[in-house]
Design a protein around this ligand. Structure first.
Ligand code: UCC
Ligand code: FAD
Length: 607
């Protein structure tokens, strides 16, 4: 055999990334579980073509551009002679702008509110987020906040009470401002559409926002310009400092600031028109963050001074009002994580089909022929399936709650129970899935060997390292694992606690009683036993339970995932789905001494 040179010898065949809507059984089964069959049929062509668009060469070229031409601030410093320059402006790369425009034009966020799709609209949107997120270079971050801002404005316009002391003119003007902002947020023309920011975190704390040092002062309706819709800027003037503000190229921000009555929520346009010129509405960029991942996403520190804004909801009710945004963005985080896990696995599967080993005799010399590797892929598939179902379940619950329409049997039977589970499980799903996402993508990198660790801009569609870097932020932002766990304990031991627990118990029974497959009888028994033991074991006192909040989230997450895996398997009697359910339940619930050590090697080709 001649010695290899740089141009001769062995070269690895490149893996081909498939269309996920066609290839990814987990994604398809999530669609089948959470959508009526007629909706899957009607939407399938659109989802197929969306799945093709998100892996087009143009999109990957845009990712490479966005990842290599990082956002920066232009100006804002001092000249060599010490004179202050104009305020810095944010410059994003052409790649970022292409990806942002793709997201806006595709309209997957407004589609989540499509009345024609009813309760299914949120599930279709979730499937598109899962498909798009790994290609989005984090433009899905402003998309998520755009979605949260839409939800909060729709709520506000539905319950549009006039704040104390406001006259009718002011209230009518605010209504017009909110309607126009909503129009921009729902717009699918990238030249007109707005994304949103969500400015909560300050130096004093992002988990605990009670230390907010941003103040909103009532100044009334002054002549400080108009917003980009030509409507008056708000009667509050906000000043303070925001420590993390992602995607400050947004059109509008939802932010927290103190008024004399307490922490309150505001909407502020980021730009204003003064004498026909576009100006920044009362803030300046201090600097951009230097981050492990999410490189293309501009995350800024902002000094706010005289930013004109409108109050949303009641004064002093800021956290409760902005929690509407949080719950939507937490759903985005969960489903986006599932999308990342699916893409990582898809790359590894593709690699396993082409990677050969010279010491093994052909034709059984491919990576996927190695039982140990196959078993690793199979267990990653089990975890991915569980997390995809958990995340899509939250989308199903949100769709059912916001339209009062239960479209599939796997959702709770009553509207009230949908509401309770949505409140309890949104934090659980975000914490549970995002933590797995990091470990899962590490395994996917390792599955490609050394190439998996490379910052691979030549074949960006196969760059798992980028996804790993990015996935590390998902457990941190929008509430860390521990903070979401404390939220879960607060709910369980708060005024809705008994009702939430009751709703979860009813739903578990509803799903487990719906099918009767003998092969899953033991698995179902294990879920019931786990749930009963869990409920009985919990201390009734909140403070005693709080240090165990992670255990609460992980256990609820496991029980919900297991129940959904059973529902998925029993829906059509699919053998592989039943095997996945059994493996998950054995791994999570069986005592260590009865866990099978041997067997269970089937994997990549069947799952
Ligand atoms: O990180 C951010 C953006 C990142 C980039 C965007 C990505 C977009 C997604 C794309 C996919 C990847 S923005 C910053 C995010 N920050 C957080 O998530 C904050 C984390 N901290 C918490 O969640 C804490 O639990 C706090 C701040 C909510 C706790 O504050 P408090 O003051 O202790 O609040 P309470 O007492 O827990 O709640 C006050 C009220 C209560 O209602 P009432 O007063 O009626 O009893 C709560 O029930 O707010 C209600 N509430 C909620 N309601 C609190 N949380 C919720 C909730 N999640 N749902 C409904
Ligand atoms: P801290 O709140 O100081 O937390 C430190 C540690 O204390 C954490 O481990 C936390 O879990 C723990 N902790 C805190 N409270 C409790 C508790 N009660 N019980 C148990 N443990 C606790 N924020 C925005 O508002 N807008 C944005 O656009 C935005 N973009 C971001 C982009 C990136 C890339 C990153 C990394 C962050 C972004 N954030 C944004 C901020 C993010 O939401 C916060 O970093 C996060 O909420 C944590 O807040 P903190 O950094 O102040 O940490």
């Amino acid at each position: 055999m001649p010695a290899a040179t740089s141009t001769t010898g062995f070269f690895q065949v490149e893996p081909q990334l498939p269309n996920a809507w066609d290839e990814d059984a987990t994604l398809r089964r999530a669609a089948d579980l959470f959508l009526p069959a007629s909706t899957v049929t009607a939407e399938s062509a659109d989802l197929h073509s969306f799945a093709a668009d998100v892996i087009s060469p143009e999109i990957f070229a845009a990712i490479t551009n966005a990842e290599t031409q990082l956002p920066y601030l232009n100006g804002g410093g001092y000249t060599a002679f010490g004179a202050p320059q104009d305020a810095a402006t944010l410059v994003t790369s052409p790649g970022w702008n292409i990806l942002q425009d793709f997201a806006l034009a595709s309209g997957f966020v407004p589609q989540g509110y499509d009345a024609k799709l009813g309760g299914s609209a949120r599930v279709i949107e979730a499937l598109k987020i899962a498909l798009w997120a790994p290609s989005s270079a984090l433009t899905t971050c402003p998309s998520g906040m755009q979605d949260g801002a839409i939800e909060v404005l729709r709520n506000q316009l539905r319950n549009n009470t006039t704040p104390p002391g406001w006259n009718k003119d002011l209230q009518d003007t605010r209504t017009k401002v909110f309607e126009a902002a909503l129009g921009r947020l729902m717009n699918t023309n990238p030249k007109e559409a707005w994304t949103s920011g969500q400015w909560m975190t300050e130096r004093a704390g992002g988990s605990d926002v009670r230390g907010t040092e941003t103040i909103a002062e009532w100044v009334g309706m002054g002549a400080d310009g108009v917003d980009l819709n030509g409507l008056p800027l708000g009667p509050y003037s906000i000043s303070g400092f925001k420590w993390f503000a992602s995607a400050a190229d947004c059109g509008v921000s939802i932010l927290l600031a103190f008024t004399p009555k307490g922490l309150s929520c505001f909407l502020a346009p980021t730009r204003k028109l003064v004498n026909g010129k576009v100006k920044i509405n009362g803030f300046r960029f201090q600097r951009l963050k230097n981050k492990l991942g999410t490189k293309a996403l501009p995350s800024a520190e902002l000094e706010i001074k005289g930013m004109r804004a409108w109050l949303i909801g009641g004064e002093g009710r800021g956290v409760a009002v902005i929690s509407t945004v949080l719950n939507v963005t937490r759903l985005h985080n969960a489903i986006r994580t599932a999308g990342f896990m699916g893409r990582g696995l898809s790359v590894v599967r593709a690699f396993a089909r082409v990677r050969t080993f010279p010491s093994r005799p052909a034709p059984n010399n491919y990576l996927y022929h190695i039982p140990l590797f196959n078993k690793t892929l199979a267990s990653l598939t089990v975890r991915y399936r569980a997390d995809m179902l958990v995340a899509t379940f939250i989308a199903g619950l949100l769709g059912a709650v916001s339209t009062n329409q239960r479209t599939v049997a796997v959702l709770p039977a009553s509207h009230e129970d949908n509401v309770l589970l949505l409140r309890l499980l949104t934090s659980v799903a975000k914490a549970y899935t995002t933590k797995h996402g990091v470990a899962h993508l590490q395994e996917c990198m390792e599955g490609l060997g050394g190439v998996g660790y490379l910052e691979n801009n030549e074949t960006p569609h196969l760059n798992v390292a980028r996804m790993f870097r990015d996935a590390n932020v998902f457990p941190i932002w929008e509430g860390t694992f521990d903070v979401l766990s404390t939220d879960t304990v607060k709910v369980l031991r708060g005024k809705l606690g008994a009702e939430c627990e009751g709703a979860l118990g009813r739903w578990i029974n509803q799903v487990l009683n719906a099918g009767s497959s003998a092969q899953l009888a033991q698995a179902k028994q294990a879920i019931r036993a786990r749930w009963e033991a869990f409920v009985l074991s919990l201390p009734s006192d909140k403070d005693t339970l709080m240090p165990h909040a992670r255990y609460v989230v992980n256990t609820i997450g496991d029980i919900v995932a297991a129940t959904l895996l059973v529902a998925d398997a029993e829906r059509d009697g699919n053998e592989v789905a039943a095997e996945i359910a059994r493996r998950f339940i054995t791994a999570q619930f069986a005592p260590e001494d009865v866990k099978p050590v041997f067997g269970q090697t089937a994997g990549v080709s069947r799952m």
